[in-house]
Ligand binder design. Structure first.
Ligand code: ATR
Length: 289
C-alpha cells in the first residue's frame, strides 16, 4: 500500500451502486507502478446529490473523477466544459479538473478503440452489426462510424431505440446506419460481420443466454466482440466460436477506459508492460484464465 501524505492527489469513481467496481484496482496499481502520488476512491452519490458532489469535489481539489451508471448523462449538467466527442455521444465517464470546474470526456470510446486495436480487430471498411441500442451501443456506434466502417446495422429488441440511434449516427457521420428489430436478423444482407454485443444479456448471473440464440445468425459472424466481461466467455462468444468466428470479451475495454482516464489526469503514457500487468491482475480478480 502506497503512502498517503500531504501531497497525495485524489481521483475517484462516482457510481451507484459502486461496491463491485474494479476501477480502484486499476488506478491504484497504476499510481504505484508509475510512482505517482495519487489515490483512487469510490463514491456513491445519489442522483439528486450529483451536482453537489461535483461542486464538492472541485472544492476539495479532487484531480479527476470517473462516472458510471446511472450518472453518465446527468453529470453533463454540472460541468464547465465538454469534449466534442463526449458531447456527440451524449455521455461522459471522465471528469478532468480545469480552471473553475471539470471538463467531461468519454474514455469509453477511446478505451474501446484501443482495446479493439490491441485485440487486432479492424473496424475500417468492415460491415458492423451492433446488438443493442442503449448507452454502450451509442459508444460502439460512434466509434465504428468515426473509424470508417463500411456500414452499420443496429439490432435491438425495441425497434424505436434502434431507429433513434441510427438517425443520430447518420446525423454525425457519412456511414450508412440501418435499424433492425433483433428478430429480423435473417433480413440482413449476407455478409461476414464484425458484431459488437452491447446488451446486458449474457452477463452474470444471466450466463445461459445471448441476445440472439439462433445458429443462422452466427454463421454470418466473422468477429464477435462482446462488451460483457463476466463471464469471461459469454454464450454470445461461445455460439460465435462454434460457428468459426473469433471472439473477444469486454475486459480490455474496461482496462483501457481506465488507462485513458489515468493518462489524461496525469499527463503521462502508461507503458505496455504496465498495461499488461494490470490486465493480468483484473483477470485474476475475476478468476478467469
Ligand atoms: P447500457 O448503458 O449498458 O447500454 P441501457 O442503456 O439500459 O444500458 O441499454 C441496454 C440495452 O440492452 C438496450 O439495447 C436493451 O434493449 P431495449 O432498448 O429493447 O431495452 C438491451 N437489453 C436489455 N435487456 C435485454 C433483454 N433481456 N433482451 C434483449 N435486449 C435487452
Amino acid at each position: 500500500m502506497k503512502d498517503i501524505n500531504g501531497r497525495t492527489r485524489i481521483c475517484g469513481l462516482m457510481a451507484n451502486p459502486v461496491g463491485h467496481t474494479l476501477s480502484p484496482l486499476i488506478h491504484n496499481t497504476l499510481a504505484e507502478r508509475m510512482n505517482i502520488n495519487m489515490a483512487y476512491v469510490p463514491f456513491e452519490p445519489k442522483k439528486n446529490e450529483l451536482d453537489a458532489a461535483v461542486k464538492g469535489a472541485y472544492a476539495l481539489n479532487i484531480l479527476g473523477l470517473n462516472v458510471s451508471v446511472p450518472h453518465k448523462v446527468q453529470v453533463m449538467d454540472s460541468l464547465s466544459a465538454i469534449d466534442p466527442v463526449a458531447a456527440a455521444i451524449g455521455a461522459v465517464n471522465t471528469l478532468v479538473r480545469i480552471e473553475g470546474g471539470y471538463q467531461g470526456y468519454n474514455t469509453d470510446i477511446t478505451g474501446l478503440k484501443r482495446a479493439m486495436e490491441m485485440d487486432g480487430v479492424e473496424i475500417k471498411d468492415r460491415q458492423v452489426v451492433i446488438l443493442g441500442a442503449g448507452g454502450v451501443a451509442q459508444t460502439a456506434a460512434h466509434l465504428c462510424a468515426g473509424e470508417g466502417a463500411a456500414g452499420i446495422w443496429i439490432l435491438n429488441r425495441t425497434y424505436e431505440n434502434a431507429v433513434a440511434l441510427a438517425k443520430k449516427i447518420e446525423g454525425f457521420y457519412h456511414t450508412k446506419c440501418t435499424p433492425f428489430r433483433t428478430e429480423d436478423f435473417r433480413e440482413l444482407p449476407k455478409n461476414r460481420y464484425l458484431v459488437i454485443q452491447t446488451t446486458s444479456v449474457g452477463m452474470y448471473p444471466n450466463v445461459d443466454h445471448a441476445a440472439i440464440e439462433e445458429e443462422e445468425f452466427y454463421q454470418m459472424v466473422e468477429t464477435a466482440y462482446d462488451l460483457v466481461y463476466t463471464p469471461s466467455e459469454t454464450m454470445f462468444m461461445k455460439y460465435a466460436v462454434s460457428c468459426g468466428a473469433k471472439a473477444y470479451n469486454g475486459l480490455r475495454m474496461l482496462l483501457y477506459q481506465g488507462i485513458c482516464a489515468y493518462e489524461i489526469w496525469n499527463h503521462t503514457v502508461v507503458p505496455e508492460e504496465v498495461v499488461e500487468e494490470i490486465y493480468a491482475l483484473l483477470k485474476k480478480e475475476l478468476r478467469v484464465k
